[in-house]
Write a protein that binds this ligand. Structure first.
Ligand code: ADP
Ligand code: MG
Length: 225
């Protein structure tokens, strides 16, 4: 779940961003759209407790994240949040297996090879376990990064521009993988994107299915001084 009220963020020396309130139940999907610069990545960073809001309340997976700082924020994030960043941040010197093991170490857990293999297998990339990131195609690297993001069964999965620079078919596949992976784990999913194609790939809110929400940010709304 993600609940926010009166959320604001201020960049040093920059303008203050004001965000609309959200009520996203556990297991629901939020499509966070809006043009480049409208604050999507900033919102994700607040939800992940990577940065602290200037004002407002924010509860994520039952935690008041505005109360978290430093090591406490890091420990909470490692267990509660799965992040699929725009740049995948796979370590080039480590194999696929070692990249996933890093997520377990970061959460204070011992390396669990069986769990790593099953996470990769669920995304159809188990055979890539010994490869280096430089030996993966773009689509394979994204699947590996998604496997890493959901390895610890996070309650909330955040994807930042997951379809950037993908052709139509790969974009559809990426969104479908995100939806199915989140649904399988019961995770709340946020897809942040300026890609207009994604709206058609996420079930509409009006077709009777519960659990799908859309929130559109605009630069005008956010660039309040
Ligand atoms: P989006 O992800 O929707 O493209 P961002 O969250 O990256 O938007 O940025 C939102 C706004 O904050 C933009 O107007 C951007 O110029 C501003 N911004 C982003 N990063 C910084 C920064 N480090 N310092 C000052 N302003 C920033
Ligand atoms: Mg962004």
């Amino acid at each position: 779940m993600i609940h926010s009220q009166g959320l604001r963020y201020r960049y040093p020396g920059g303008s203050e961003l004001h965000f609309p309130d959200v009520q996203v139940p556990q297991g629901a999907v939020l499509l966070l759209s809006g043009p480049s610069g409208s604050g999507k990545s900033t919102w994700l960073a607040m939800v992940a407790a990577l940065v602290a809001p200037a004002a407002g309340t924010l509860h994520v997976a039952g935690q008041d994240v505005t109360a978290l700082r430093g090591a406490a924020a890091d420990a909470w994030r490692a267990g509660a949040i799965g992040f699929l960043p725009q740049k995948l941040h796979l370590s080039e010197a480590l194999t696929v297996q070692q990249n996933l093991a890093m997520a377990q170490w970061a959460a204070g857990q011992a390396e669990d090879t069986a769990r790593i293999h099953s996470a990769l297998a669920a995304l159809g990339v188990a055979e890539l376990v010994k490869r280096l990131p430089s030996q993966l195609s773009g689509g394979q690297a994204q699947r590996v990064a998604l496997a890493r993001a959901v390895l610890l069964k996070p309650q909330v999965l955040l994807a930042d521009e997951p379809t950037a620079s993908l052709d139509d078919e790969s974009a559809a596949q990426a969104v479908s993988l995100l939806l199915s992976t989140a649904a399988q784990q019961g995770a709340t999913l946020v897809i942040a994107t300026h890609d207009a194609r994604v709206a058609a790939l996420v079930p509409p809110t009006s077709d009777g299915q519960i659990g799908f929400q859309r929130l559109s940010l605009s630069r005008e709304q956010l660039s309040k001084a």
